[in-house]
Design a protein around this ligand. Structure first.
Ligand code: SF4
Length: 232
């Protein structure tokens, strides 16, 4: 077990919380409350959430919020489910948080790179693998959906070679997760869109074309508690 995984938490260091809609994946367009935790050892070069981990962009004061309080905030928002994201939220033991959210009658979703053991009871697991720290097999096997960030013409094939065998029905899972292909935000081009389109057409039961709809709407920023995104 990695050192940072031994901390069971009743409080969480939180970068921001806000109420918006889920902009990606199978729950796209559904109202959701977001809890974005501090910290990410993965440190992708194109990260759009560097405020959560980059030493030059971390908040001067990092707030630790009791998980019970977070659950109450989520319930008061009116959202039907809560997306716990980061940073990399799986560096924390989220069991107490998911227990508190379920006690408030809320569904729990997590967005993770899959590089760390997922601790907590989740109703939906999104694994978005990153080459800096590829995902654990057990996380790919229990993912509800996979979100592949397409950076170039080889991304799709390389990720399928890396994780495809754990995405097909077998003794570890009884169905195939939805695999979303999402263009990396800084490299969007007609060529990249065409590449994704061809992959979806060539593998209609494997892939879905994705987009970050919240960035089109800029919907996160309607909540004053949301912080402006910072990218490298
Ligand atoms: S895993 Fe996500 S939060 Fe962490 S550096 Fe990569 S893109 Fe950013």
């Amino acid at each position: 077990m990695k050192e940072s995984q031994s901390n069971s938490v009743a409080t969480l260091p939180v970068y921001e919380t806000f109420y918006a809609f889920q902009g990606e994946g199978s729950h796209i367009g559904r109202a959701a409350f977001f809890i974005r935790t501090i910290g990410c050892p993965v440190q992708c070069s194109w990260c759009d959430s560097i405020g959560t981990w980059h030493k030059e962009h971390l908040p001067a004061k990092i707030e630790k919020i009791p998980v019970v309080e977070l659950a109450q905030m989520a319930r008061i928002s009116g959202a039907p489910f809560v997306v716990i994201t980061g940073g990399e939220p799986a560096i924390y033991d989220l069991t107490e948080l998911t227990d508190a959210l379920h006690a408030e009658g809320l569904k729990t979703h997590i967005e993770t790179s899959g590089a760390y053991t997922i601790r907590g009871e989740f109703d939906w697991i999104t694994v978005s693998p990153k080459w800096n720290m590829p995902p654990m097999v057990e996380n790919v096997q229990k993912a509800s959906e996979i979100k592949i960030i397409v950076e170039n013409e080889t991304s799709i094939e390389e990720w399928w070679n890396e994780i495809g065998e754990h995405c097909v029905p077998n003794s570890s899972r009884d169905s195939t997760p939805e695999i979303w292909l999402q263009p990396e935000a800084n490299r969007q081009s007609p060529d990249l869109f065409n590449l994704i389109t061809c992959a979806v057409k060539n593998h209609p039961r494997r892939y879905r074309a994705g987009v970050q709809l919240h960035k089109v709407y800029n919907c996160d920023m309607l909540d004053p508690n949301s912080k402006a995104p910072i990218s490298l």
